[in-house]
Design a protein around this ligand. Structure first.
Ligand code: AHR
Length: 514
């Protein structure tokens, strides 16, 4: 057994009965310190493969309900999970994107080459105004990544003026001429993307100077919110990047610093199949996903040295599982299926982000439609929601709720000589006083019982939903879209003010207490 959560002081016990383990869990329902930012439940859409073109944005010939060329079945599905934030236009694409290519009459927009993702023609038919229209339909906040790699401070400053300035200027008039008289008031701005790699292969010292140079000219216009500027942060465990960034940039010049971490099962060269794997790769996927907590702890500790009051957010603005592309698809399009394993990866990650919400105030899953760990897959008119989508549906209640620390010792799920915690959980209280607990059982074979007690709360009624499936490779397909879907969950019992829950093997469970 390994101590999994250390947030509070309460001793916990575990004992075995009839080979089914019972975990004692305590939830501090009096806690009132930390809010789980809804932006932890953010998403990411890049000009990559079929995320924008063929995903969100389709040609007139695709016969689905649309607003302009934006497909409304996708929009409506994302509204169901209260999508709070969408990051765009990349990713690596952001550092080769020139925003002025994507405004004005579509037939006059230049054709460029998307050199990062497959050397395909980018016709710029989806540009700034289309992105803002999409965010308006989704009712979510836009988060725009500016171009540091091949752009200039002037170009980024102009983009902000085009979007946010309410007065008289040529750029603001261009926006008006393009159909939007009111400023869009975009507040989240990324200054570059992966500047250590595809964003310009910079040293952290050079990039810190670039950040300050660009950020100096990113204006907050009267009537628009103060800009939330986000520094391009570390690749996974590059702690030196965070150290140099925090040392060189005054916390007052930053809303956040990013960190990217992808769960890779094997190696970057041979990542592994999204659908065809055994227990070994199931286990490795979950184990590598859980590594993100170690990264968060270490990056946060560096940030604490320079920003002890935690004013600067750690924004995990790209995360998720990255597998080999589906056989027969263009490898540069990063199209992968999404299994029950991936649902668990999403659930574990979100529980970890919730737990660290004092520092993590934004996270964006890569990527929303048809790319990497997608929520939605499309094929012409067809659309299917993935197991990962349903995790976001179960977890949406945590958005902007108060974090309730959860304490327990987790039993271990073993494969060979290795093991990971079998249980992972988080809890929150919403503005109506309703408590939501999300619990993951990573063990694919064994049910686990959890006895939960509450410090400082009583409840009259409990309800449950569960996402589980017979096999970790189970997926939703266009022909069988409901294979992995949440179901009502009733395997729990109220004992006074305690709750005994039997978590099915390999499951994500939501318990709601009123
Ligand atoms: O999400 C795919 C790519 O992964 C992004 O473009 C880049 O930022 C990261 O390396």
């Amino acid at each position: 057994m390994k101590k999994m959560f250390t947030t509070l002081f309460i001793a916990c016990t575990i004992y075995c009965s009839n080979a089914q383990e019972t975990v004692t869990m305590q939830i501090n329902a009096k806690a009132n310190n930390e809010k789980i930012s809804r932006f932890i439940y953010g998403h990411f859409a890049e000009h990559l493969g079929r995320c924008i073109y063929g995903g969100f944005y389709v040609t007139d010939s695709i016969n689905v309900p649309k607003q302009g060329r934006i497909r409304m079945d996708v929009v409506n599905a994302l509204k169901e999970i209260n999508i709070p934030l969408l990051r765009w236009p990349g990713g690596c694409f952001a550092d080769e994107y020139h925003w002025s290519d994507g405004i004005g009459p579509r037939d006059k927009r230049p054709q460029r080459v998307n050199t990062t993702w497959g050397m395909i023609t980018e016709d710029n038919s989806f540009g700034t105004d289309e992105f803002l229209q999409l965010c308006g339909l989704l009712k979510c906040e836009p988060y725009i990544a500016g171009n540091v790699g091949t752009g200039s401070p002037q170009e980024m400053a102009n983009w902000i003026e085009y979007l946010n300035y309410d007065g008289k200027s040529t750029l603001a008039d261009m926006r008006r001429a393009n159909g939007h008289s009111a400023p869009y008031k975009v507040s989240f701005w990324g200054v570059g993307n992966e500047s250590w790699g595809c964003g310009g292969d910079m040293t952290p010292e050079f990039y810190a100077d670039q950040y300050k140079r660009y950020a100096s000219f990113c204006e907050s216009y009267p009537g628009s919110p103060r800009l939330k500027k986000i520094m391009s942060g570390a690749n996974a465990d590059d702690y030196n990047w965070t150290e140099v960034s925090m040392k060189n940039v005054n916390p007052g010049q930053l809303w956040g610093i990013s960190m990217h971490y992808y769960t890779i099962v094997n190696t970057w060269q041979h990542k592994g199949s999204a659908t065809n794997f055994g227990e070994d790769e199931y286990f490795k996927g979950l184990k590598n996903c859980l590594h993100i907590e170690d990264l968060i702890n270490k990056h946060s500790a560096i940030m604490d040295k320079y920003d002890p009051q935690k004013k600067v957010a750690l924004a995990v603005d790209e995360w998720g599982i990255w597998t080999d592309a589906e056989p027969g698809t263009n490898g540069a399009f990063l199209y992968q299926q999404n299994s029950m394993r991936d649902a668990l990866i999403a659930a574990l990650s979100l529980n970890i982000f919730n737990k660290h919400c004092d520092r993590i105030r934004m996270a964006n899953l890569a990527q929303t439609v048809n790319v990497l760990q997608a929520l939605v897959l499309t094929d012409k008119e067809k659309m299917v929601l993935t197991p990962t989508y349903y995790v976001f549906d179960l977890y949406k209640y945590h958005q902007d709720a108060t974090l309730l620390p959860v304490n327990f010792y987790a039993p271990e799920y073993h494969v060979g000589n290795d093991s990971i915690p079998a249980i992972n959980a988080s809890a929150s209280r919403d503005s109506n006083g309703v408590i939501h607990i999300t619990l993951v059982n990573t063990d694919p074979k064994n049910k686990i019982s959890v006895n939960t007690s509450f410090n400082g709360a009583t409840f009259k009624q409990a309800e449950g939903q569960v996402l589980t499936s017979a096999n970790f490779t189970d997926i939703n397909t266009f022909d069988n879209p409901n294979k992995v879907k949440p179901a009502s969950f009733t395997d729990f019992k109220k004992n006074g003010n305690d709750l005994a829950v039997n978590l099915p093997p390999m499951s994500v469970t939501l318990i709601t207490l009123k």
